[in-house]
Design a protein around this ligand. Structure first.
Ligand SMILES: [Zn+2]
Length: 376
């Protein structure tokens, strides 16, 4: 499963909130119901959006779940949907029986981790069956306009603000089946409608943790997922997907970005000299990293490689070469920190200050959004 607990990671997303902007703008226009945009404020009495029918979701009782071993509490409202892959076999048994067996297996795997129930709220099988994961997930949907969902366990740091969907399969190079894709689009669209989220609130697990999940191939399809969900919601102009710009580094490049990449390559287990000069040794290390991640091994560091992720998430308390990379970037931006690889209070305070200056949540966690700004 790709839902292992990792380092504690808090929000690493731009602080500007889409919903408050949207609601504010509509309020200024005197627009009450926002059905035309396919986005309704949850709980609004006159919420006009009823366009996406609830997909068939097999309940825990239907697929034969065991009772949760602890109290499943409700939380909310969710701010985002996180897409996962199960990292299990790409089965060609597309039957309902296989789907239900998968759901039972996931629950057992998660019990074995000491969790009280399945970690994710929903599961989509390769045959296109959608199932409740954690108990009370269907209950959380209420009548289709809701603010609560059961607190799950699928992404450390994001569980109280995100709904997790496990997609059966391993999508490092393969893609979901068409039945699975359709079911995923339907489920995401319905969740967006029920919880007043937008297509741009759909993310991959790796956007928040140092993990390969949901696989390079499925992750690369998330812009398509947002677009397909927007179409199902009837949003004529889907909002832009979250984008980050990353520098391209290749043989001949030099400077603090290359030093940082070299530290990050060392962090990934490659041995090379950190000299700020992208020579043949660095290229060899990049190719090795790309091969290990199932990427095209061209030795050029671009978005896919940064997000594979070469740019590993860092937070206070860690000591690593990745932290040296963070400190190298901070120095290049004028923050005087010692490049000692120890993420202590001085580095944390410099990161917070940098995040504030770049409209990021000042949580001192260096995730993908902060990395991209540090490397800009
Ligand atoms: Zn995951």
């Amino acid at each position: 499963m790709s839902v292992s607990p990792g380092p504690a990671v808090a929000n690493d997303v731009p602080r500007v909130n889409r919903r408050s902007l949207l609601v504010g703008a509509l309020g200024a226009l005197g627009v009450g119901a926002v059905g035309a945009l396919g986005v309704a404020k949850a709980g609004a009495a006159n919420a006009a959006v009823t366009g996406v029918a609830r997909p068939t979701i097999a309940s825990c009782g239907t697929w034969g779940a065991q009772p949760a071993t602890g109290t499943v509490s409700m939380t909310g409202p969710p701010q985002k949907i996180l897409v996962h892959h199960t990292a299990s076999a790409n089965t060609t048994d597309y039957s309902q029986a296989a789907a239900y067996a998968l759901a039972r297996n996931i629950q057992q795997w998660h019990f074995a981790r000491g969790w009280i129930d399945s970690g994710q709220q929903f599961t989509v099988s390769r045959g296109g069956y959608t199932m409740e994961g954690r108990h009370r997930s269907i209950e959380g949907l209420g009548s289709g306009s809701s603010t609560v969902f059961p607190l799950g366990a699928h992404c450390t740091g994001q569980n109280s603000t995100s709904i997790g969907i496990e997609n059966e399969g391993t999508y490092t190079t393969a893609l979901p089946t068409s039945a699975q894709w359709t079911a995923l689009v339907d489920l995401c669209a319905y969740l967006c409608q029920a919880y007043a989220l937008g297509p741009e609130d759909i993310y991959g697990h790796r956007d928040f943790l140092d993990t390969e999940c949901p696989g390079n191939a499925l992750y690369a399809r998330l812009p398509q997922l947002r677009s397909d969900v927007a179409a199902r919601l009837g949003t004529s102009n889907p909002p832009p997907a979250p984008t980050r710009s990353w520098p391209t580094l290749q043989q001949g490049s030099s400077g603090f970005r290359v030093s940082t990449a070299q530290y990050l390559l060392r962090h990934s287990g490659r041995s090379l000299t950190v000299d700020g000069s992208f020579g043949p040794g660095t290229k060899t290390a990049v190719v090795s990293f790309q091969q290990a991640k199932g990427l095209g091994a061209d030795g050029v560091i671009g978005r896919a490689t940064w997000e594979a992720p070469l740019a590993a998430t860092c937070s206070q308390g860690q000591a690593s070469d990745a932290v040296r990379g963070v400190q190298t970037c901070l120095n290049s931006k004028g923050y005087a920190v010692t490049v000692d690889g120890v993420f202590g209070s001085g580095t944390a305070s410099a990161v917070k200050s940098f995040q504030t200056a770049h409209s990021l949540d000042a949580d001192a966690v260096v995730g993908p959004n902060t990395w991209a700004k540090l490397l800009a």
